[in-house]
Design a protein around this ligand. Structure first.
Ligand code: PHE
Length: 470
C-alpha cells in the first residue's frame, strides 16, 4: 500500500465524507443544468437514459474513483503514479490525473460564472425586484443581465474569491465546516419548493413531461448528453471524488457510501425537475429555455408567492451554496498537486489556481453577450457560444474519457487482490458485477460515444474557424 494518510488531512467521520461528496455532486449540475437538459432533450426519455447511466456507469465508476483515491492518498496525479507503479505498470498513468486537472480547470471557469448569476439573483430578490413580475418581465430582466459583461464579471469574481477562501483554509476548517451546514439546508429548501409546485395547476403535466418517455426524441446527441450529464453531476472523471476519497478512513465501506452519494444526487436532480416543470407549464414558458430556465421560472414563481422575496432569496442563497460546495471540490485536486510537487503553501496554490481559472472564466462571461455564434452539435443546430464549447470539451469529452481510463485502470491494470481488498467486498457476487461493469461495460459504452463525438469535433473546428473569419 502506498500511504497510510494523506498529508492534507482526513475527514473526521464517514458522515462528513458523505456530506462532502454529496456537496461536490449536488450543485449547478442538479438544479440548473439537469432541468434545462431534460427540457431541451425531450423530458422523459432523457431522464430515463440519465438514470440508467447513473446506475450502470456512474455508480461503479464512483466506487473505482474513491477506491483509487483512498489507496493512493495523494493528489490525483501522484495517486495514479503511485498506483501504476504499485501494480507493476508504467507511471504514464499519471497523465490521467493531469487530464482531470485540465478538465477541472475548464469546468470551474464557467461554473463560477453561472454561480455568479445565482449570487446576482440572490441580491436582486433581496431587494424585491421580482415581486409581481410577468413572464415578459422576468425574461427581460434575465436578458438584460446576461448582456451586461461587467456585471457577470463582477459576480464571477465574487464567487471565485469564495471558492479560493474555503480551499485555502484546508480540509478540516475549510471544506468540512462548509459542507456540514450547507448540504442539509439545501435539502430542506428543495422540499419547500416541491411543495409549492404541487399546488400549481400543472403539477401532473410537469410530472408527465419528466417521466413519460417519448422515445422518438432519442437521438445520438441525447445519448451523449445523458452520459456526459451523469458524470458531471456525480463529479466523476476529473479527480474531485478521487481526492475526496484520499481523505477517507480505511474502515469506511466504499459501496455503501457510493450508493448514498449517488442516491442523494439523483434525488436532488429529480426534485429540482419536479419543482420547476409545473411552473414552466403553468406560465406557458418554453421547457427548452436553455441555461436561463431556472432563473426565469423560479423568479416568476416566487414573484407570485406570498413572502416570495424571502423564498427567492433563500432559493438563490442555496443554489449559490450548492455551487460553492462543488466548486471547492473542483479546485482541491489542483491545489493538492501544487502543494505536493511544487512545494507551494496551500494558500498560495489556491490563489494561483484561482486567478488562472478566473481569467479563463472571462471567455464564458463574454460568450453570453459580445461573443455569440452558432454551430451544430451531433447534428442538432443550435445557438451555441464559447461557453457551450468549453462545456462540451470538458463535460462531454474529457470527463467521459477520464471515467473510461479510470475504469480501464481499476478493472484491467490494478490487480484483483488490490481492488478486492480496497473495496472490501470479498469474493462476493457484488464484487464480480462491479468488476465486470468497469472492465467491459464502462469502457465500451464510452468508447462508442467518443467515436461518434469525433464528428462533433469537426463542427466545433468549423465554428471556431468561422468565428475568426469574421
Ligand atoms: N457535480 C457538480 C454539479 O453537479 C459539478 C462538478 C463536476 C463538481 C466535476 C466537481 C467535479 O454541479
Amino acid at each position: 500500500m502506498a500511504h497510510k494518510e494523506s498529508i492534507h488531512g482526513r475527514w473526521s467521520s464517514r458522515w462528513v465524507f458523505i456530506l462532502a461528496a454529496v456537496g461536490s455532486a449536488v450543485g449547478l449540475g442538479n438544479i440548473w443544468k439537469f432541468p434545462y437538459l431534460a427540457g431541451e432533450n425531450g423530458g422523459g426519455a432523457f431522464v430515463l437514459l440519465y438514470l440508467f447511466c447513473i446506475m450502470v456507469i456512474g455508480v461503479p465508476a464512483m466506487m473505482a474513483e474513491i477506491m483509487l483515491g483512498r489507496r493512493g492518498r495523494q493528489s490525483p496525479i501522484n495517486t495514479m503514479h503511485t498506483l501504476a507503479i504499485e501494480s507493476g505498470h508504467r507511471p504514464m498513468w499519471q497523465w490521467l490525473g493531469f487530464m482531470g486537472m485540465v478538465a477541472g480547470f475548464i469546468i470551474l471557469s464557467y461554473y463560477s460564472v453561472i454561480a455568479g448569476w445565482s449570487i446576482a439573483y440572490l441580491f436582486q430578490s433581496g431587494t424585491g425586484k421580482f415581486s409581481g413580475q410577468t413572464v415578459d418581465g422576468v425574461n427581460a430582466i434575465f436578458d438584460k443581465f446576461i448582456n451586461d459583461p461587467e456585471k457577470l464579471l463582477l459576480y464571477h469574481t465574487v464567487f471565485m474569491a469564495m471558492t479560493m477562501f474555503v480551499v485555502m483554509r484546508g480540509v478540516k476548517s475549510g471544506l468540512e465546516t462548509a459542507v456540514k451546514f450547507l448540504v442539509p439546508a439545501l435539502f430542506i429548501l428543495l422540499i419547500v419548493l416541491v411543495g409549492y409546485a404541487m399546488n400549481t395547476s400543472k403539477f401532473v403535466e410537469g410530472l408527465e413531461f419528466l417521466f413519460k418517455p417519448d422515445f422518438s426524441k432519442l437521438t445520438f446527441s441525447v445519448v451523449i448528453t445523458a452520459i456526459g450529464q451523469a458524470f458531471f453531476t456525480l463529479s466523476l472523471g476529473m479527480g474531485a471524488i478521487m481526492v475526496y476519497g484520499s481523505y477517507l478512513s480505511k474502515k469506511t465501506s466504499i459501496i455503501k457510501t457510493t450508493f448514498a452519494i449517488a442516491g442523494a444526487d439523483t434525488l436532488v436532480a429529480i426534485l429540482a425537475g419536479i419543482a420547476i416543470f409545473p411552473i414552466v407549464f403553468e406560465n406557458g414558458l418554453d421547457p427548452t429555455g436553455g441555461p436561463g430556465l431556472v432563473f426565469v421560472t423560479m423568479t416568476l414563481a416566487f414573484g407570485k408567492m406570498p413572502a416570495g422575496d424571502f423564498f427567492a432569496t433563500l432559493f438563490f442563497t442555496l443554489l449559490t451554496l450548492a455551487a460553492w460546495t462543488s466548486s471547492i471540490s473542483i479546485l482541491e485536486p489542483v491545489v493538492t498537486y501544487l502543494v505536493e510537487n511544487k512545494g507551494f503553501k496551500r494558500a498560495t496554490a489556491a490563489l494561483i489556481t484561482g486567478v488562472f481559472t478566473w481569467l479563463l472564466g472571462i471567455v464564458t462571461v463574454l460568450s453570453f453577450n459580445v461573443w455569440k455564434f452558432s454551430f451544430s452539435f451531433a447534428g442538432d443546430r443550435k445557438d451555441y457560444g464559447m461557453f457551450d464549447i468549453l462545456d462540451i470539451i470538458a463535460a462531454n469529452i474529457m470527463l467521459p474519457l477520464g471515467v473510461m481510463l479510470i475504469g480501464i485502470f481499476a478493472g484491467w491494470f490494478m490487480s484483483r487482490e488490490a481492488s478486492r481488498d480496497e473495496l472490501d467486498l470479498g469474493d462476493s457476487r457484488i464484487y464480480e458485477v462491479w468488476r465486470f461493469l468497469v472492465r467491459y461495460v464502462t469502457p465500451t459504452a464510452i468508447f462508442l460515444v467518443l467515436l461518434k463525438l469525433l464528428g462533433v469535433l469537426d463542427s466545433i473546428t468549423k465554428a471556431v474557424m468561422n468565428m475568426f473569419a469574421f
